[in-house]
Design a protein around this ligand. Structure first.
Ligand code: GDP
Ligand code: CA
Length: 319
């Protein structure tokens, strides 16, 4: 079976680890990763979501944190600070730096981001085919208003420096409108037997991937059933600040509203947490087959059970 999953960072990566544990030998997983979080720091290209997927599936992730490398040290950052070079708010450890050095060196030499990602995965062996959504530069910006006035800031500055404490007024994936899907992305979607939306951020992870021209249409017209899992449980994100970016795009922070936001044009099935069982009827009224199951990714086994439920639901909604 060919499974395609769209994925952001932590939520996507943890789900994929469960999915890998749930599939049969011989099943192929292709991951289309969000690159809208990418940022250039110290002259290096940093791809936080691709790296979180790569490190999580390759056994190099800092487990508790959910991002960055295990057993990390911070000498480079401290040295940069001595030179007065920031940003101080973005955590790049020494081990992580090596990844960004390799990536930037290869990009400078003329390789595409897809080629670089493939090369990095030779080391990490994530057990999935990891494709960036696009080889073109896309960077999500957030419009905010504070004492300095109204302006757009990089998504990382909004999320990591400001902790999304200021209201987001608009979310703009800068560059997405002219970006092309990376080689293999549209083919993978067209050839898929099942398409999954992990419990990734619907706006700044899955939404950004879908904003690359051609990807949304490919998913909507794919022969494969499309099943999503809610990142929202009991009216709040399980982790992070998804409520801020959902509000910015006019979507309530509920499992039902996120399903409606994707819509029956895009998804055929939707899993909500048992705590949101009351939402099942309303989601089904929107033309999306819905089930309530435990959706907390407490460990790999619990996550694998979520993945199995998603694959079962895909069979039920297969047209
Ligand atoms: P990011 O790029 O690191 O923000 O990661 P993603 O976009 O892939 O996923 C973020 C989303 O994962 C957040 O909206 C969380 O609510 C969701 N999430 C995190 N842990 C869990 C969990 O255990 N269960 C569910 N259902 N969602 C989760
Ligand atoms: Ca992200």
């Amino acid at each position: 079976m060919r499974i395609v999953a769209l994925a952001g960072g932590i939520g996507g990566a943890r789900f994929l680890r469960g999915l890998k544990a749930a599939v049969a030998p011989g099943d192929e997983i292709t991951v289309i990763g969000n690159t809208g979080d990418d940022i250039h720091l110290y002259g290096l290209k940093v791809c936080p979501d691709l790296d979180t997927v790569m490190y999580t599936l390759g056994g190099g992730i800092h487990e508790e944190q959910g991002w960055g490398r295990t057993d990390e040290t911070w000498s480079i950052k401290a040295e940069m600070k001595e030179y007065g070079i920031g940003p101080e708010w973005f955590g790049l450890g020494d081990r992580d730096f090596a990844t960004h050095l390799v990536r930037s060196q290869m990009l400078t030499a003329g390789y595409t981001l897809s080629q670089v990602t493939e090369a990095l995965c030779v080391r990490w062996k994530p057990g999935v085919r990891l494709l960036p959504m696009s080889d073109d530069r896309v960077e999500t910006h957030v419009r905010i208003t504070d004492e300095a006035g109204t302006r757009a800031i990089h998504f990382q500055e909004y999320w990591v420096r400001l902790h999304a404490a200021v209201d987001a007024e608009a979310i703009v994936p800068v560059g997405a409108d002219t970006a092309k899907p990376a080689p293999g992305v549209l083919d993978a979607i067209a050839a898929a037997d099942v398409i999954l939306f992990p419990p990734s951020n619907p706006v700044v992870s899955i939404g950004t991937i879908l904003a690359v021209p051609g990807i949304r249409a490919a998913v909507a017209s794919a022969a494969a059933p499309v099943v999503g899992l809610s990142p929202i449980i009991g009216g709040a994100p399980v982790r992070g600040m998804a409520d801020k970016v959902l509000t910015a795009v006019g979507v309530e922070t509920t499992a039902e509203a996120v399903a409606r936001h994707y819509g029956s044009d895009l998804i055929d099935g939707w899993l909500v947490d048992s705590a949101d069982a009351a939402a099942v009827e309303a989601v089904e009224a929107a033309g999306i087959t819905c089930r309530a199951i435990p959706l907390l990714m407490t460990d790999v086994e619990a996550t694998a059970a979520m993945a199995r439920a998603a694959l079962e639901l895909a069979e039920q909604v297969r047209r």
